[in-house]
Design a protein around this ligand. Structure first.
Ligand code: SF4
Length: 948
């Protein structure tokens, strides 16, 4: 294509020099009797250029304008009568085309922004014949662009790139033929392609910012800029003008940000000689300035500051954007999405209502999205507005939402931002002429940017007339005049948190096939923005990042952060001078502040905040600080002399597995409140099936399952299984196995063949015994003493023979070695030493059965009804492995474990448990796992004693 290069007539060393040079050039041209227009990158730069031109009488005749406004003017004068397409029209039309065009490589919501970007760049060229063969989905994409062009035509619209192309044709009445065009501060190769092409045709010239010398030379920051952009070869000497703030996690990062902003705002740097009042105390370049504004306002240290937010924010980063996105995702998203929706400030819920709703939703997995949204709508006016308008058009829904948001009692500035965001969304929805649905509009609008202007009132006790703290993105910070703030804070300088190092994408590959020139962008643009932003502060720059991401995984520094900190190293290719975890040069360590995540975990072991450090030792566990002890509710006690604790065998087992596990599970109640579909629920379900099956078997006058009645028993089991499945939804949440998805239903159905198969084993084991008790409860009416405490609980099943001998059976749907009776290896000739198994429930039950039912217990067995596997203990004088099919070869009798009888084993277990419970009474809850299995499902995730 016939691209004429735009000549760079002057290359200034920095932004200020560049504008001054552009103004001088324009004035010279005016002096030559030419009509001059200066094209600025944005309104702020246009304003600055006008101010400079205003300093010379001849400059008053110069027109300063942004490109978009210049094009609008030119098209009105010289165009063909069609209207320039607006951003929302472009996106909506691209979506419409993407929804209809065949063979596109992605969904319409993904393709539409891509097509819109391509069209704005170079539509006429991309609709022409390519110079090189198209591959893959490129023909489909170019066909979609052709359809987009037709769709514009039909509507009497014209794309910006088409307007440029038409205005630059030789046959066309040329706009500005007598006009000298000067591009100020912009590199021609970074302009959109069609703009480059047109300005090349119109003979424009550029005054570019070469970024070769800082606006304020000297000092550490001046040295830094010099080293960063090549004019200085020696390493910068650190002196505190460049600082680093590191958090060890995302929770700590929020507090670190607040502390850093507060410290920078309060530091008295002292006014430099001849310095005029600064526009800002601190400029904070963040990835989510609106979110940061909320955070800083709510923080004790920064809430009193005068805060400003300026610049564009993505629709998806506004509360309104998050609210409609969560609403669109609610039908499929489940609990996390409903909670997001309820927690959004636009829901207008009080914290208590939010928690109550969240608990109700979490505890009921049978709840559908429709019911969850109805519950939310009962409490939230915005949810109610959306629900009432659903079924209507997207625009009607958004109008309802806007009215509800307008009535919310939230900060007026914030409300304006949210209402603007919703207006943009409604505008886009109205442009989507056919088949538009709420979800598509939300997806499409996610990246639309909304101009934001927010301001907090400074505290009454703040110093009058103090400059505000500006929160913005990096692009906005880069456009600020040099030296307009004392300090600059660049936040979240991690690779995954800031886009960067953009490589050539699919659009660039396609453009090259139409012989369109490469554009400089990506990493180079980011470097230029960093350079411009680093020129903004007069005194200090702070780079902030978290060393870990939200999941606690290591996070890596952004390349811009590395490039800046490398300036303090003599040899950046050698890594000996880097700190191990932070990857910072050692020389910057004195200027690095840190904040550890652990400071914000209100650990029971710590009465005061722990000292902050990057690599902080784990806080002590297993102790309770004085301050927190009154908050701990101990188990209920009964009886005289301080009483005995009422404990269940499973609580005792939990304490024996690990005292701290007992503490976090039973006292802190750290278990998930969400109703699940896991092993716990499956176990509850299987228990119910087995209990009902044996109950109905006995009611049918069949004493037990035998090989003779196995088939009838299996038929009964299938019938009971069905009944239990049907009863699940009616059960109390948390005590049921509710299958929501087809996959879960298949999983649950798969249990019947397993139960049925294992019934064969039960038909053959324990000859002479028959089930006599199912779900036998004890200790609820009358205290049952055990090991000095009181027991209560229930036994799954007790099988009894004609001689009054009993086998205590506990159903478990997974078994391991912890259920097995074992003896410690003894020296030759010595008696084996008994060892308390990790799982002792059945042995505790057995003692109760002896006491209350007067039966002689001869075995305590854990049976897996799904596999027929068995673990536990048996009296070798009464039973043997032959009568306990499923018992493992490694299992031993009580005699092999060193006990003459089963009764003596039970007495020893009770005594041993009594000793251990004494430790519990003494408040000893330090982590001490019985084995690695104890730690497997323990919720104390950061425990330093964790095994396995
Ligand atoms: S992780 Fe293991 S040692 Fe730590 S508290 Fe949990 S069970 Fe005990």
């Amino acid at each position: 294509m016939d691209f004429t290069a735009i000549p760079v007539v002057a290359q200034a060393p920095n932004r200020e020099a560049c504008f001054a040079e552009a103004a001088r050039l324009a004035v010279r041209m005016v002096a030559e009797k030419r009509r001059v227009t200066v094209i600025a990158a944005d309104f702020d730069e246009a304003a600055e250029l006008k101010r400079l031109l205003g300093q010379d009488d001849r400059g008053l005749g110069v027109r300063v304008i942004t490109f978009d406004l210049w094009l609008e003017d030119a098209w009105q004068l010289w165009g063909d009568g069609r209207s320039l397409v607006e951003p929302s029209q472009r996106l909506a039309l691209a979506w419409q085309v993407a929804a209809e065009a065949p063979d596109l490589p992605a969904q319409p919501a993904t393709m539409a922004p891509w097509l819109a970007r391509a069209a704005r760049q170079a539509l006429p060229w991309l609709c022409d014949a390519p110079l090189r063969a198209l591959e893959g989905s490129e023909p489909a994409v170019t066909e979609a662009l052709r359809l987009y062009s037709e769709a514009l035509e039909v509507r009497g619209l014209v794309e910006h790139s088409q307007a440029c192309w038409l205005l630059g044709q030789p046959c066309h009445a040329r706009p500005g033929a007598d006009e000298a065009l000067v591009l100020a501060g912009q590199w021609p190769v970074q302009l959109p392609l069609a703009q480059q092409w047109l300005f090349g045709k119109l003979g424009a010239v550029a005054v570019a910012n070469g970024r070769t010398a800082p606006s304020r030379p000297g000092g550490e920051l001046g040295q830094l800029l010099g080293r960063l952009y090549g004019s200085r070869s020696e390493a910068v000497s650190p002196g505190g003008a460049l600082r680093v703030a590191l958090a060890t996690g995302k929770t700590a990062e929020l507090q670190l940000l607040a502390e850093t902003v507060a410290a920078l705002a309060e530091t008295d740097f002292g006014a430099a000689e001849g310095e005029t009042a600064l526009a800002y105390r601190v400029v904070v370049a963040d990835t989510d300035p609106v979110g940061l504004f909320e955070l800083l306002r709510a923080n004790r240290e920064t809430g009193k500051l005068h805060l400003l937010v300026r610049g564009p924010v993505a629709f998806s980063d506004t509360f309104a954007g998050r609210f409609v996105a969560a609403w669109a995702a609610a039908p499929q998203g489940g609990l996390p999405v409903w909670e997001d929706l309820a927690a959004n400030p636009l829901s207008g819920l009080r914290q208590q209502t939010l928690l109550s709703l969240s608990r109700q939703w979490a505890a009921n997995r049978a709840l559908g999205a429709a019911e969850a949204l109805r519950m939310l709508a009962n409490e939230s006016p915005t949810a109610r507005a959306l629900l009432e308008a659903s079924g209507g058009s997207v625009a009607t829904m958004v109008d309802g939402l806007r009215a509800a948001v307008a009535a919310l009692p939230i900060d007026e500035g914030r409300k304006l931002v949210e209402l603007s965001a919703l207006s943009a969304f409604a505008g886009l929805a109205r442009q989507m002429l056919f088949g538009s649905c709420f979800e598509s509009a939300v997806e499409l609008c996610a990246d639309v940017h909304i101009p934001v202007s927010l301001e907090s009132a400074p505290a009454a006790d703040g110093a009058a007339g103090e400059a505000p703290v500006l929160l913005c993105d990096l692009a906005t910070a880069a456009q600020l005049p040099a030296g307009c703030a004392r300090a600059l804070l660049l936040t979240k300088m991690n690779r995954d948190e800031r886009p960067g190092g953009i490589t050539a994408g699919s659009l660039e590959a396609l453009l090259s096939k139409f012989a369109l020139p490469d554009q400089q962008e990506g990493a180079q643009l980011l470097r230029q923005r960093l350079w411009d932003a680093l020129n903004v502060p007069t005194e200090a720059v702070v780079l902030e990042r978290s060393l870990t991401d939200a999941a606690g995984e290591p996070a890596y520094p952004h390349f811009l952060m590395q490039e800046v900190t490398d300036c303090f190293r003599a040899d950046p290719t050698c890594s000996d001078d880097l700190l191990r975890d932070s990857q910072l040069p050692r020389v910057l360590a004195p200027y690095c502040s840190t904040l550890a995540e652990t400071r914000f975990l209100h650990c029971l072991g710590v009465d005061e905040g722990a000292p902050a450090a990057v690599e902080e030792a784990q806080l002590p566990m297993g102790q309770v600080g004085e301050r927190w002890r009154p908050f701990i509710a101990l188990p209920k006690t009964e009886g005289a002399n301080g009483g005995a604790m009422r404990l269940s065998p499973s609580a005792i087992e939990s304490f024996l597995s690990c005292p701290y596990l007992w503490f976090v599970q039973r006292r802190l109640a750290l278990q998930d409140t969400e109703e699940g579909f896991g092993p716990l629920e499956r176990g509850t379900f299987v228990h119910e099936v087995m209990q009902r099956f044996y109950q109905q078997l006995v009611e049918g006058q069949v004493p037990r399952v035998t090989p003779d009645n196995l088939e009838e028993s299996r038929a009964l089991l299938a019938q009971v299984f069905r009944e239990v499945v049907e009863a699940q939804e009616g059960h109390e949440a948390g005590r049921r196995y509710v299958a929501v998805t087809p996959w879960e239903q298949r999983l649950r159905e798969g249990l019947l063949p397993q139960l049925s198969g294992a019934l064969g084993q039960q038909s053959r084991w324990l000859p002479g015994f028959a089930p006599a008790y199912h779900e036998w409860h004890y200790g609820f009416d009358q205290p049952v003493p055990y090991a000095g405490q009181h027991l209560c609980g229930s036994v799954d099943r007790i099988d009894v023979d004609g001689n009054g001998r009993a086998v205590v059976i506990d159903y478990k749907t997974s078994l391991d070695d912890g259920y097995r009776l074992m003896a410690l290896a003894a020296e030759e000739g010595e008696e084996p030493q008994p060892q308390l198994p990790r799982k002792v429930q059945a042995l505790i039950y057995a003692q109760v059965v002896r006491q209350l039912l007067g039966l002689e217990v001869v075995a305590t067995l854990y049976l897996n009804p799904l596999t027929g596997e068995v673990e536990g203990a048996y009296d070798g004088l009464v039973l043997g492995p032959a009568q306990i099919e499923g018992f493992p070869p490694k299992g031993i009798s009580v005699q092999e474990a060193g006990f003459p009888s089963f009764g003596e084993l039970l007495t020893w277990v009770e005594e041993t448990v009594g000793e251990r419970l004494g430790q519990l009474f003494a408040g000893e809850i330090a982590p001490c796992p019985a084995d690695a299995q104890a730690c497997k499902y323990c919720p104390a995730l950061s425990c330093e004693r964790r095994l396995g």
